[in-house]
Each structure stands twice: as structure tokens, then as C-alpha cells.
Design a protein around this ligand. Sequence first.
Ligand code: SAM
Ligand code: SF4
Length: 334
Amino acid sequence: MTQKLIDPFQRAITYLRLSVTDRCDFRCVYCMSENMTFLPKKELLSLEELDRLCSSFIGLGVEKLRITGGEPLVRRGIMTFFDGMSRHLETGALKELTLTTNGSQLERFADDLFAAGVRRVNISLDTLNEAKFAEVTRWGRLPQVLRGVEAALKAGLRVKINAVALKEFNEDELFDLTEWCAKLDMDLTFIEVMPMGDIGNENRIGQYWALDDLRARLAEQYTLTDLAERTGGPARYMRLEETGQKIGLITPLTHNFCESCNRVRVTCTGEIYTCLGQEGKSDLRAPLRASESNQLLEEAIHAAIGLKPKGHDFDYSRQELGGQMSRHMSHTGG
Ligand code: SAM
Ligand code: SF4
């Protein structure tokens, strides 16, 4: 038996988040600057290398695989990769294959994703106002994303909407977003904005809106029941009794969730980050390319997990961006 991945703090690593590209067809103000420099294509792992990498992780006990980016669905040939991963779903080694997407390409790919075994998808959408959507994503267009949401639902995918909570931007849409999701039977998760990357000085949107405040406002209109359910990550869930829908709050800055962390992130160049809030990383591309067998790669994965830190350092409490990360969210995929 291949040895499973257990970190120094006895946490089993069963969840891999893989970024398949650093490119994107949007330029969300909290994520990217207007003029991003992207990696030369040769730096990226090929589709075959991504397959080998994921297959190795699955062999070592990873049961959940989330594909992210950049925008994963703009990576050329990405459906070949999804189709390849479905063999691990068929054997039962992989329990869930999923992705986080801005939704722009879902109209095209939703049916193919379902056919590859994807059953749930997270779609990022911060506002239902067309002008505000164009402002926050810079290059995105709301109708295209709404068609993507519709296509996903029609294909049979369960949809969760992820909205970044932005003060003075989508505060006034809290109930509209909630009700829209309830109507379409979609779950909804709010994410606290995180200090990631240099996104330029022009950024006026992107102010921190504490989710405790958001929760208090929801409680004025709805009956909220906290759910015990945890996913090993920074999300807490509650049920809105009036609509029956599940609302998630991702608060990596104000709540400590590190004890139960079950995940690692790998970038599109094969760097493994074992903690979202720490700079520590190891290279998996060199061992991947060094030999056709996966032995060196698996040793490198074990070595990296052996260095997984206990927790992260984000801290807003001192009125400065304590623990600010220099890398962009699109680099590690959030
Ligand atoms: N392009 C895809 C998308 O937007 O869903 C996948 C990658 S994106 C980096 C993953 C998630 O990170 C999105 O939900 C996005 O809203 C979120 N995100 C990006 N920058 C963030 C930041 N600074 N703080 C909090 N969430 C952020
Ligand atoms: Fe692209 Fe997603 Fe970043 Fe927006 S949040 S710029 S859609 S990677």
C-alpha cells in the first residue's frame, strides 16, 4: 500500500485544489491588476502532467479534487483533463471532482462537465447589477455568466454561488442575492476579501466587509440556524429557515480553521502550497519531469506535506494588513 498523506500535526490530506492556468478572461479588482503579466506557456504543466500529478495525489489518498485558476475553463483542452479524471471517479478512489469558475464558459462546457462526472460547481458572482458586474470584473459581462448559471442548472449540476463581500459595493444586494439563489435552488457562500497580491492602487472596490456584520443583517430578516457541518476549510454554514437554503460564510481572516485543515494547493506550474496564508512552497514540476515513473514525484509530495505549517498569519486586527500575501489569488486559485 502506498503511504497516505498525513502532515506533522496528524491531519490527513484528502483534498487537492489545483490551479490549471493563471490566465483569466476577467480582471476582478480584488484579484488582478488591469495589466497582468502571465506565465510563459512552457512554464505550465501540460495536460498530461496535470493528469499524472492528480493521479499520484489520488493514489496517496486524495478524495476530492477542485479545479481552479485563473479561470480553469479558458485553459485550452481542459475537457480532456476532466475526461481523464473521470476514470478515478469510476474506480471510487476519487469521491468528488469539482471546479470553481467565473461562469463565463459554462454555457459551452456544462454538459461536458456533467458527462465527465462533475456534479457540483462553484460559480463566482458578486452582483446581479449589470453595470456593477462590469465594474468589479472589469472585463466580464453579466448576461454571459447568467447564461452559464442557467446552462449549469439545466445540465443537472448543483450550483453554489460564491460572492465576495465588499463594503459599499454589494452590501445593498444581500437580500437580492439570497432570494435569487433561493429561487433557483442554489446555495450561496459569502467570502471575506483577503489581502492577496498587488492589485494596483486604482482599486476602490475591495473593502473589507466583516461577515459577522453580514450575518447580523441576514438575521434581521430571516431565522438562521447554524449548521454543525464542516468541510475542513474556512467555511461555516447556516440554514435560512424561511427559504430552506444553506448559506456559507468563509472567514479566513477572523476565524481560525487551521486545526481541521485537510487540503493543499498546487499551482499550474507545479508548486505545492500547503497553507493558503503562508509563503512556504515546494516544487513538484522538477520531480515530475525528472522521470517517467511517479516515484520521485510521490516522494516530493510526501516531503512537502511533511513541511505543512500549523496555521496561517492573516490578521486585520491591527489596522494594517498583517500577514499580507505577495502572491495573487489567481496564482493559487483561492
Ligand atoms: N476564476 C475562477 C472564479 O473566479 O471563480 C476561479 C479562481 S478565483 C481566484 C477563486 C475565488 O477566489 C473566486 O470566488 C474569487 O471571487 C475569489 N477571490 C479572488 N481574489 C480574492 C480576494 N482577494 N479575497 C477573497 N476572495 C478572492
Ligand atoms: Fe479571474 Fe476568478 Fe480572479 Fe476574477 S476572481 S480575475 S474571474 S481568477
